[in-house]
Design a protein around this ligand. Structure first.
Ligand SMILES: NC(=O)c1ccc[n+]([C@@H]2O[C@H](COP(=O)([O-])OP(=O)(O)OC[C@H]3O[C@@H](n4cnc5c(N)ncnc54)[C@H](OP(=O)(O)O)[C@@H]3O)[C@@H](O)[C@H]2O)c1
Length: 283
């Protein structure tokens, strides 16, 4: 039987995941407000996840849910309404409609970790976020962890990919600073690849960290980018530059032990085509 998959918050990661699922023969529905931005062949379900009264009846009996919506803005009430209330309300609606949900995924974030001294973190590490975003995501994770369905939280690190050129622009314009803080990233295609892989893993764990194979310092990444772009290397921080708040290293052996191999294992493979895209758009 064809798997029916719902991707709620079907943006960059959702659309990339949908492509893989469709290629495999799944029927895929995507929730977002601007359904015209869904990839072709994704069936639209236009609802606002923060307005449960408008949900109506789900358009199919879904077997899998991926909840990958993101907040529009950085304020706590809004974060709660999209990550916690939206997730809970959608699950309630799907259960009411007797969807035979086999697995429920939530795309959480490494923002749940408060570590900031370059420590390694994994699924067993303490989660004591200093900011509200990490706390809200932990509350959303609890909904999935306690769900009667098989619930899987996947903590993604900083997502980058085609069209996401913020860091490249900063290096190009000379605004980047070569700080020594550790950073972690994952390409959109690997977010989709890892989620797709976990959908098929037998007896999955309830929690995975997903980040590429090489945590790297900001200095390493921006210096390498400057070389690719052919611009001067970014300067070292001056004493008045604020210390970076984020500074940890993600260990992803649990995900790799399931057999997943990163398609873009380091920032170099991932950023090369993005730099090319950026330079060719400049003309
Ligand atoms: N950015 C990062 O570095 C990072 C790191 C870790 C985890 N994450 C998480 O990873 C997930 C996927 O990220 P992404 O890069 O694919 O995000 P994205 O491209 O921003 O996609 C998120 C989607 O959510 C939809 N959405 C937002 N609010 C909605 C609402 N009220 N009702 C219905 N749909 C709504 C948006 O579509 P419309 O605007 O058309 O509604 C958008 O398509 C998100 O859960 C994000 O929080 C991100």
């Amino acid at each position: 039987m064809t798997d029916k998959v719902l991707i709620a918050g079907c943006g960059d990661v959702g659309n990339a995941l949908a492509a893989r699922l469709i290629a495999e023969g799944c029927e895929v529905w995507g929730v977002r407000r601007r359904v015209e931005a869904l990839r072709e062949e994704v069936r639209p379900w236009r609802i606002d996840l923060t307005e449960p009264r408008g949900f109506g009846r789900p358009p199919a009996a879904f077997d899998y849910l991926f909840y990958a919506a993101s907040a529009d803005r950085r304020d706590e009430d809004h974060y709660r309404s999209i990550y916690v209330d939206g997730l809970r309300d959608l699950l309630t609606a799907l259960r009411k409609a007797a969807c035979p949900l086999r697995r429920v995924f939530f795309t959480s974030s490494t923002a749940v970790y408060g570590q900031s001294a370059g420590e390694w973190v994994d699924e067993t590490s303490a989660t004591e976020p200093q900011r509200f975003n990490g706390r809200v995501l932990l509350d959303a994770e609890a909904i999935v962890r306690e769900a009667p369905e098989v619930g899987i939280n996947v903590r993604l690190s900083g997502i980058y990919g085609s069209g996401r050129t913020r860091l490249v622009r900063k290096v190009w314009s000379g605004e980047a600073i070569a700080t020594r803080a550790w950073t972690n990233r994952i390409h959109v295609e690997d977010c989709a690849g890892a989620l797709h892989h976990l959908m098929r893993v037998e007896e999955p764990e309830g929690l995975y960290l997903a980040s590429d194979d090489e945590p790297a310092t900001t200095a390493e990444v921006v210096t390498w980018l400057s070389g690719e772009l052919g611009v001067p290397a970014p300067p070292k921080p001056s004493p008045k530059d604020q210390a970076e708040r984020l500074n940890k290293r993600c260990r992803t052996s649990r995900l790799r032990d399931t057999g997943y191999r990163f398609e873009l294992p380091t920032f170099r493979e991932g950023y090369r085509p993005i730099v090319r895209e950026f330079l060719s758009a400049l003309g």
